[in-house]
Design a protein around this ligand. Sequence first.
Ligand SMILES: NC(=O)C1=CN([C@@H]2O[C@H](COP(=O)(O)OP(=O)(O)OC[C@H]3O[C@@H](n4cnc5c(N)ncnc54)[C@H](OP(=O)(O)O)[C@@H]3O)[C@@H](O)[C@H]2O)C=CC1
Ligand SMILES: Cc1cn([C@H]2C[C@H](O)[C@@H](COP(=O)(O)OP(=O)(O)O[C@H]3O[C@@H](C)C(=O)[C@@H](O)[C@H]3O)O2)c(=O)[nH]c1=O
Length: 285
Amino acid sequence: MILVFGRHGQLASALQRLAPETTRCLDRSAADLEDPAACAAAIRAARPRAVINAAAFTGVDAAESAPETAHRVNAESPAAMARAAAELGAPFVQVSTDYVFDGRGDTPWTPAAPTGPLGVYGASKLAGEAGVRAAGGVHAILRTSWVFSAVGQNFVRTMLRLGATRPEVSVVADQIGGPTPADDLAAACLRVARGLCDDPSRTGTYHFAGAPDTSWAGLAREIFAQAGMATRVAEIPTTAYPTPARRPLNSRLDCRSTNAAFGLPRPDWRKGLARVLKELGEARP
Ligand SMILES: NC(=O)C1=CN([C@@H]2O[C@H](COP(=O)(O)OP(=O)(O)OC[C@H]3O[C@@H](n4cnc5c(N)ncnc54)[C@H](OP(=O)(O)O)[C@@H]3O)[C@@H](O)[C@H]2O)C=CC1
Ligand SMILES: Cc1cn([C@H]2C[C@H](O)[C@@H](COP(=O)(O)OP(=O)(O)O[C@H]3O[C@@H](C)C(=O)[C@@H](O)[C@H]3O)O2)c(=O)[nH]c1=O
């Protein structure tokens, strides 16, 4: 059995849907990531074959005014969980983010590239990565970006909501990255977890993001096109859309080592978007 932290989020829901018989998802009432000791105890009690941490404090702007909670959830608990998994010899998959990078330049970030988070969320996720590595067990840190699905909070659902009531939406065009369908990410997490069970020497840091890279404005345009909506997208610079947390301009992730190690090519996010719109009943007939 693969133990999954998270139950109702985008990734956890997709894992549950993809592998209902081999995964056991823990919701907040079963394991609260504000309580690192309780999370470690949940692993010791379950004695899983592998662990995937799909739970996190993902409110990028909210984290700016809740740094302690973000740190406990995104750093302390993953570290405690990774130590418990290491004691059992169970591989641990920690999902991380493009927001660990500072966004300079336009070269895709390799897993070994220097980090430099711009906000509390990114810093807390980076501390979580360090805690997982320090636990010393078999693990993968899988960084992804711009995750979307038919459930939960994400940019696709936000655009569909805004586009339904406005003729035009203003969207930043100078932040570039790879939108990632949650179902493709779930499949990747499972493959990585099983791959680590087969060959623990694959322990390390990896990137997995949808292709091709685009801007948030480019993603918005494709959402409206595929949904058959007439909503226009006005391209704006990041400076014209102030938010509590700064976000990286360059979120491009170099995913080649993930394909080499686990046979996981970058998925086409436009196909994932079509699946999500179909599920939401928004697809063009
Ligand atoms: N969303 C994105 O665009 C990206 C996400 N990631 C990373 O991917 C992973 C999955 O993200 P995603 O599925 O999108 O996230 P969601 O925001 O959809 O879900 C987050 C999950 O974490 C759970 N959670 C939050 N706080 C706690 C807590 N204190 N105790 C227990 N559970 C908690 C939530 O539970 P509940 O349902 O009860 O609220 C929810 O199931 C995370 O590690 C995230 O950092 C990386 C890059 C991009
Ligand atoms: C709603 C909206 C957002 N934007 C901008 C703001 C921001 O720069 C960008 C993305 O907006 P959001 O706040 O929806 O996305 P955000 O919460 O920043 O998404 C991030 O979530 C975390 C969890 C991650 O790990 C990242 O990979 C990334 O997916 O789009 C517009 O320009 N116009 C709009 O109408």
